[in-house]
Design a protein around this ligand. Sequence first.
Ligand code: ATR
Length: 280
Amino acid sequence: MRQILLNGSTLKYGIIGNPVSHSFSPSMHSSAFAEIGYNAIYLPFLVEPDQLASLLPAFVLTGVRGLNVTVPYKEKIIPFLDILSDEAKALGSVNTLWYDRGRWHGHSTDGAGLVRGLTQKGWEIKNQRILVLGAGGSAKAITYALLKAGATKVDIDNRTIEKAESLAKSLARSFDPQLIGVGRSGNYDILINCTSVGLKGNQTPLAKEELEKFDKVVDIIYNPAKTKLLQDAESLGIPAENGLSMLLYQGVESFELWTGQPAPVDVMAQVLQQQLQSPT
Ligand code: ATR
């Protein structure tokens, strides 16, 4: 058993959100800290909206060094930060904060997490034509990261097409507008579902007959582990991945920002699997 030792030098990290009790991050990061012998703990903090303004100064007082941010504060926390990464500025949202020399820094690792997860599995993003379904916060972070990773075309399709148009417009401030499209046409190397369709019931965002147009399929949903979309893709012999590696690698990226050390990816993956199989 790897013992967790806490003392006066223990660094403090956590996740803020509402709700936050379902988060896998406290177990994943606490285990990872222990694995590399980094003297730190990571806790969930349930935050009410009216507490947001006083939150970061209170964390400074209590010695909290870094935070993850989840729903519904990824955008709302921004006015209280001092320095934003290019991603955070472009997305208008953050999932990772750290405190350094009197200043709170904000960054988003969600999109980079997806790209790193797929790259680890041997999937290319560079020079790929990709269709993203959805235009919410996840789609925004992911389309940004895909373009940053060198995708040649990212088309965005969404139930509410105006939201896809508005996302495309906002991405065009950071990337060549010719790389970004709205709607769908022709064949693609990769399909990425960033909608919530498939979370419940046996629904799919795209009919099975449409899947032949894609060489690979990703669903960012990881619970259920195999949505109808992924089942359909697999039954057609199309390589398919769920969102577990995105969840893992967004955490890996946060961990590495906080500790400056390579994350113990295998341990983090193991903890995620355990939590998924028997959530506490
Ligand atoms: P997240 O932060 O995870 O991206 P979100 O911002 O709420 O979540 O976005 C949810 C996405 O799923 C949106 O693209 C939404 O489409 P709309 O913009 O039209 O609302 C999409 N979505 C949710 N339910 C859907 C449904 N039943 N059919 C199609 N798309 C759906």
